[in-house]
Write a protein that binds this ligand. Sequence first.
Ligand code: FEO
Length: 392
Amino acid sequence: MAVRKLVDGIYSVGVIDWHRRLFDELIPLPYGTTYNSYLIMDEKIVLIDTVDDGKEGKLLSNLKELGIDRIDYIIAQHAEQDHSGSLPAVLSAYPMAKIVTNAKCKSMLLDLLPLKEEDFIEIEDGEVLDIGQRKLKFIFAPWVHWPETMLTYDENDKILFTCDFLGSHYATSELFAREEQVYVEAKRYYAEIMMPFRKQIKKHIERIKELDIRYIAPSHGPVYDEPERIVKYYEEWAGDDVKNEVIIAFVSMHGSVRKAVEKLENELIERGIVVKPFDLIKADIGEIAISLVDASTVIIAAPTVLGGTHPSAIYAAYLVNALRPKTRFAGLINSYGWGGQMEKHILDVMKNLKVELFPTIMIKGYPKEEDMKKIEELADMIAEKHKEAGLM
Ligand code: FEO
């Protein structure tokens, strides 16, 4: 990524990773990502976050392009390696620099990287670092999504540096969020990374709303120059309201589950309910995660195989459990041959979910008339619950 000026004296010096397609070997990145690093040139020279391990060459060449021969402070807002991985390389190039972070982040960085105790300056929540014209205030924001994360507020320029918080995995050469897709990817990012910590996220949002902010500068994706917009989205996503939507996550081996799912789709649509079906063999798990942000009901439908529930359904249940959406209702549909244990298998891996369960529909083989009747009844129950909840 070329060096880009954010405001006088502050530059974006990070790296665009256009072609990365997976994060943590788990999360799809349909639009790549960026590892943003920001340089503040004041009486002190300050770098906020570094970039992923292996991308340090571009970061160092960006610093060289700006003629930087000294760095006083490297603010480490988060210990995860996509932001900290280049710390050793930056320290090697600028040995006079000190890493400024909190005690927890320092401890984690010492675990994760070849760094030394004397490389660090420890700061407290609310502490201000005087770098000349600017005073940088640190705001601890644990569990967005690790326990040590902090934000940095530059009151002079009214810029809030947020690391992962409010960010998006979206590779773009534009410094500012100009494309609508950025907000879709920010929602994906929230769903995959932040949603399990919804309660903490709500508190952090309240705290940053007290600040006078002109720019929100995350460490993934473009900078927001309409900061109120992303803050409003986060309030909505992390808030308690759900929508009149049903996610149906299904896998079908020989068509029986598919037949049942198609029946349920039609019945729900007829009742005025928005349906989002995901074939687990083809679906992007990020798309499922995005839908989980708002849906009031989740249905998992799967056949029995190898003496148990289809592993794709177990995987989906595991993800739903890990992401802890605000879903209120759930149901299961199983097609089986001679042994049906789906309810137990799925509920065993969905213990985090505080949902009201509909009666499980067990279908022996292909769905018959009596099974279709049960699906109609399930659609009735879902509609009734959505009405009671004021969703329709
Ligand atoms: Fe972008 Fe949690 O690292």
